[in-house]
Design a binder for this molecule. Structure first.
Ligand code: ADE
Ligand code: ZN
Length: 348
């Protein structure tokens, strides 16, 4: 890998950042996953050989491979304190990278379907979010997510998301397999009711499916941002639409590489997305599962795509602009970013 200029690396590490696409269940560090698994007697793949055995499973032949590990880790969450522990641990990891604000996807029904009451999930998340701010100065907002192939979980996910609005739930997501058997049209009324209730529409789209899936997310779900969205490049009219309507993309290059959406990090379409004038921000998706962090995403992109300090600053400010932070908090974070960048530039 190209070595970065120390000033560029310092900027990436020290800039106060926002992250708009990461999954809570996919952010559990392997050490914590193992300790939760031991506590609840859950067997994790590879865990008989300890931490290294588990880590060896963090390579995926397919998205289905990835999902099965993701679901195995999700099974380690049983009591409210588990949800609190993973939220606080995530905040610790974010604070270490100077990430000040994150919109974090949670899939509550995976837990409810295993017998964990929705109330327990909400209670654990509320405590975790409060402690994230108090102990680590990191503000978390939740996006409750529907798994596309589990259609019967859509209504209860919406109900939980609406109940959670007072506790930091700001959006409704849609993830999981993108195949046509579970068309987005099916979720139109759920997303309409979510939007009526003040929740933002934040579906995954254009990761494994092409332009048609993105059009469907816009048409049926009123998507306000796209999780991934990278395959929009396959249709010029779609790119023009996304640029004109300023629909931002949450771009996760290491995830796309690990899940074979693109053949290598260096061949990731991010530079082409930026050249096309699309609104993009960088994100880490499921950081430990893809051996990355948000900071690593910036470092890897800066090296692979020869970014300047101005590019880094513009991507970092885009994440704040595209977020659903209240306007005064946005301005405050943008000002802090500029102050830190200026201080580093002048050596002050
Ligand atoms: N759930 C967790 N990570 C995901 C991804 N990259 N795509 C779809 N669903 C997911
Ligand atoms: Zn995702």
């Amino acid at each position: 890998m190209t070595t970065l200029a120390p000033s560029l690396e310092a900027l990436i590490r020290q800039l106060p950042k926002a992250e708009l696409h990461l999954h809570l269940e996919g952010s559990i560090q392997p050490e914590l996953a193992l300790s939760l698994a031991r506590k609840h007697g859950v067997s994790l793949p590879g865990a008989l050989e300890g931490l290294e055995g588990l880590r060896r499973r963090y390579r995926y032949g397919s998205f289905e491979d990835f999902l099965s590990l993701y679901l195995a880790i999700s099974e380690c969450l049983v009591v409210a304190g588990d949800f609190t522990a993973i939220a606080v641990d995530l905040a610790r990891a974010l604070a270490a990278q100077n990430v000040r604000y994150a919109e974090v996807t949670v899939t509550p029904m995976t837990h409810v379907a295993r017998g964990v009451p929705g109330e327990v999930v909400l209670e654990g998340l509320a405590e975790g979010r409060a402690r994230a701010l108090r102990e680590h100065g990191v503000e978390l907002a939740w996006v409750f997510d529907i798994v596309r192939n589990l259609t019967q979980q859509a209504e209860p996910t919406l109900a939980l998301a609406l109940r959670g609005r007072e506790q930091g739930v700001i959006g409704l997501g849609l993830s999981g397999p993108e195949q046509a058997e579970w068309p987005r049209e099916h979720y139109a009324s759920i997303f309409a009711r979510a939007r009526d209730g003040g929740l933002h529409s934040l579906p995954h789209s254009g990761e494994f499916c092409g332009p048609e899936g993105i059009w469907d997310s816009l048409r049926w779900l009123g998507a306000e941002r796209l999780g991934h969205g990278v395959r929009c490049l396959e249709e010029r009219a779609l790119v023009e639409h996304l640029v004109e309507h300023r629909i931002p993309l949450e771009v996760c290059p290491s995830s796309n590489t690990a899940l074979h959406v693109c053949p290598s990090f260096e061949q990731h379409p991010l530079p082409r997305l930026m050249e096309a004038g699309l609104a993009v921000s960088l994100a880490s998706d499921d950081p430990p599962l893809f051996s990355t962090t948000l900071t690593d995403e910036y470092l890897r992109c800066a090296a692979a795509f020869h970014w300047t300090e101005a590019t880094v600053l513009s991507l970092a400010s885009a994440a704040v602009e595209h977020s659903f932070l209240p306007e005064p908090r946005k301005r405050e974070l943008l000002t802090t970013q500029r102050t830190v960048a200026e201080r580093l530039r002048t050596g002050g």
